[in-house]
Design a protein around this ligand. Structure first.
Ligand code: AR6
Length: 181
């Protein structure tokens, strides 16, 4: 098969949506957490609020929390999602290693999804809120890392990138359509 046909097949497994990740009825949602895994603000706060106190109780049992760029999985409890994959993005300072760490969040979350037979997964814009990562750069890392992963993966059928604002959604849509050309 030609390379552009393969790219299109992979891109068809990616969806861009706008809204609240806690409402998605899906196999797994990804949480932009901090290394303690004990909750925080932003999407992390919203996920813990919607999942209920059993989520933080399970997180407490995870030895060592989660280092930046890695991922850990729990159940979804009161969420419509079956699992939560917690990952910790880098705090943005403009250092070169931050892009590698952010790519690690996507790679390691997708690898955990595969190990747990997750067929549908949704990501928020990791590091793009409180952690200050510029959304355009983060979007390229998110989409390109995911496409690379989908090349060699048959378990994960649907990857949703769910954005809160119109502007963020447009950035993702533009990047995805630039890849289809
Ligand atoms: N659904 C989808 N996206 C959301 C939601 C939601 N319910 N809520 C926020 N966003 P942030 P970070 C978007 O700050 O930058 C926490 O305190 C938001 O608009 O949640 O990785 C953790 O404990 C932004 O685009 O995560 C860490 O300490 C994106 O989600 C720290 O914040 C990520 O914003 C992590 O910071």
């Amino acid at each position: 098969m030609k390379k552009n046909v393969l790219t299109r097949i992979k891109i068809e497994r990616i969806k861009i949506e706008q809204g609240d990740i806690t409402k998605l009825e899906i196999d797994a949602i990804v949480n932009a957490a901090n290394s303690s895994l004990l909750g925080g603000g932003g999407v992390d706060g919203a996920i813990h609020m919607a999942a209920g106190p059993k989520l933080v109780a399970e997180c407490r049992t995870i030895d060592g929390g989660c280092p930046t760029g890695e991922a850990r999985i729990t159940k979804g409890y009161q969420l419509p999602a079956k699992h939560v994959i917690h990952t910790v993005g880098p705090v943005y300072n403009g250092e070169p290693e931050e892009s590698t760490l952010l790519a690690g969040c996507y790679k390691n979350s997708l690898a955990l999804a595969e190990e747990n037979n997750v067929e549908s997964i949704a990501f928020p814009a990791i590091s793009c809120g409180i952690f200050g990562y510029p959304i355009k750069d983060a979007c390229k890392i998110a989409v390109d890392t995911t496409l690379d992963f989908l090349e060699n993966n048959k378990t994960v059928q649907t990857v949703i990138f769910i954005l809160f604002s119109d502007d963020d959604r447009e950035i993702y849509e533009k990047h995805l359509s630039s890849l289809k050309r």
